[in-house]
Design a protein around this ligand. Structure first.
Ligand code: UD1
Length: 484
């Protein structure tokens, strides 16, 4: 178990590289296995969820490995098992994507149902109805979904609540179905567009991704492709808020600002400046892209302003940025109202309250009365984005905060403390095995720099099942209940 120890109060200044989008990468990894042959995915974040997905795919016979940092190879030639491993799939919700893969490639799938999690009940009924619409027979038995269809058949399917996961799963399955599938009320998130771009480069025929009607003309087979994963808009939004909460001045590299329109409007309303910078190329979505965005607060402005926000499917305010936003608003001047419409995810406010935040929750709404200061405390990250909220609060708090449950934050923030330290934050990771025990941070920390990526194993013997080329990252024991 690890803890992050953060001494707050330092305005963050400098440049932060934004990683590839975790949520996109998870879907792309599975989609790549729809083809026989090796697909190369670039700009893949090396976080725990990606490692978990790699482990699951390997279990099914898919070859997955990093040839160099952020370059992931996926080869579905030997996909043979129709049964996904119980524990990791149960724990990480996105791993249910392998259901669409197995149905499309093998005509049958036995995949554990993901469990409930900190974000409340998260069923997969919309995914299952979608498979049924494509002609699959679906049963739930002994905790598994069992589905069968010798060849899926195109159909029209209305995606309830514009579910991202159901859109991904049914879209993938439909690429190899007989005939045309129309997904109505499909999710419009940039990750769906990214998925369609990869699949089309592999020979799929998908139109309309990014709108709420997606048409997929099924093809007999797909061929391998090569793809650059879009930048992580949630990570970028989190660092924007880190600049805001510390009164800092950050330049974020590799950002697709178009994917962050609503959050940027809301941050601007609070008084935070977010502007693309010359020389950045304006976009982060192409190979080698350097979309630069500067985020800063007015040096004279004491506090940001309170605002009202409601989460919504894209292009609305993303639910994954709601917890970090609540942390930011807890120090704003005035009272903010935040309504959460996607998940039940306000439990983390108890931890913010320990740090002095004044937040009342009534059903799906948090009422946040901005306070002048937060103070450090021992707190626990209950899920990935709740953890990000606590990190932000800790960066601004007076004194020292110890955040436990860091493994959950590692699911979706690559090199978090390295990136933070590079811009001046006083952050230390304490793991039980590194002998630091309960040591506190030296106020002028000479923290050893952490390499950007874990030490690599030789990839000379790639065919073996250790696959991803990194020490201690091959399995899926890291996954925690909660699944983003
Ligand atoms: C994805 C993202 C997650 C993000 C969420 C909403 C990934 C890996 N995860 O999650 O980070 O917070 O979109 O933007 O990309 N629902 C059902 N039945 C279903 C499916 C969903 O009732 O079969 C409900 C959910 O409980 C939720 C809503 O529909 O209330 C939307 O969920 P969905 O868009 O499917 O989220 P995920 O794909 O799980």
């Amino acid at each position: 178990m690890s803890k992050l120890v953060i001494r707050g109060g330092v305005p963050l200044r400098g440049e932060v590289p934004i990683s590839g989008a975790k949520n996109s990468a998870l879907a792309l990894m599975v989609a790549a296995a729809l083809a026989k042959g090796e697909t190369v995915l670039r700009n893949v974040p090396h976080d725990r969820d990606v490692s978990t997905m790699a482990g699951i795919l390997r279990d099914l016979g898919v070859r997955v490995y990093f040839s160099e940092p952020h370059v992931l190879h996926v080869d579905g030639t030997d996909l043979k098992s129709d049964t996904a491993p119980y524990e990791p799939v149960r724990q990480m919700r996105a791993s249910f994507y392998v259901a669409g893969l197995l149905l499309a490639r093998l005509g049958r799938a036995k995949v554990p149902l993901p469990g409930g999690c900190q974000l409340g009940s998260r069923p997969v009924d919309f995914h299952l109805r979608g498979f049924e619409a494509l002609g699959a027979k679906v049963n739930i038995e002994y905790g598994y979904m069992q589905a069968e269809a010798p060849r899926l058949a195109g159909a029209t399917y209305f995606v309830n609540r514009a579910s991202v996961g159901a859109t991904v799963n049914v879209l993938m399955a439909a690429t190899l179905a007989e005939g045309t599938t129309v997904l109505e009320n499909a999710a419009k998130e940039p990750e769906i567009v990214d998925l369609a771009v990869l699949l089309n480069s592999m020979g799929a025929r998908i139109r309309g991704a990014g709108t709420d009607v997606i048409r997929i003309d099924g093809v007999k087979e797909l061929h391998p492709g090569e793809h650059w994963v879009i930048p992580d808009r949630i990570e970028a939004g989190t660092y924007m808020m880190a600049a805001g909460i510390t009164g800092g001045d950050l330049t974020l590299r590799n950002v697709e600002l178009n994917h962050l329109r609503t959050p940027v409007v809301k941050l601007a309303e609070m008084g935070l400046h977010v502007e693309p910078q010359e020389g950045g190329g304006g976009t982060g979505s192409e190979a080698g892209a350097t979309g630069l965005v500067r985020v800063w607060t007015d040096p004279g402005a004491k506090r940001l302003r309170a605002i009202d926000v409601e989460t919504a499917p894209y292009p609305g305010f993303p639910t994954d940025l709601q917890p970090p936003l609540v942390a930011l608003l807890s120090l704003a001047n005035g009272t903010s109202v935040v309504r959460e419409t996607i998940f039940d995810r306000f439990r983390f406010v108890d931890e913010l309250r320990r740090m002095g935040a004044d937040i009342r929750v009534e059903r799906d709404t948090a009422i946040i009365r901005g306070v002048a200061k937060l103070t450090g405390a021992p707190v626990e990250a209950m899920d990935l984005r709740a953890g990000a909220a606590l990190v932000l609060a800790a960066l601004a708090a007076e004194g020292q905060t110890e955040i436990s449950g860091v493994e959950l934050i590692d699911r979706g923030y690559e090199d978090l403390e390295t990136k933070l330290r590079h811009v001046g934050a006083q952050v230390l990771r304490i793991t039980e095995k590194n002998g630091y025990g309960n040591r506190t941070i030296d106020p002028s920390p000479a923290v050893d720099p952490v390499p950007l990526l874990p030490a690599r194993k030789s990839t000379a013997n790639k065919g073996a099942d250790h696959g991803d080329g990194y020490e201690n990252e091959g399995g899926y024991q890291h996954a925690e209940p909660g699944g983003q």
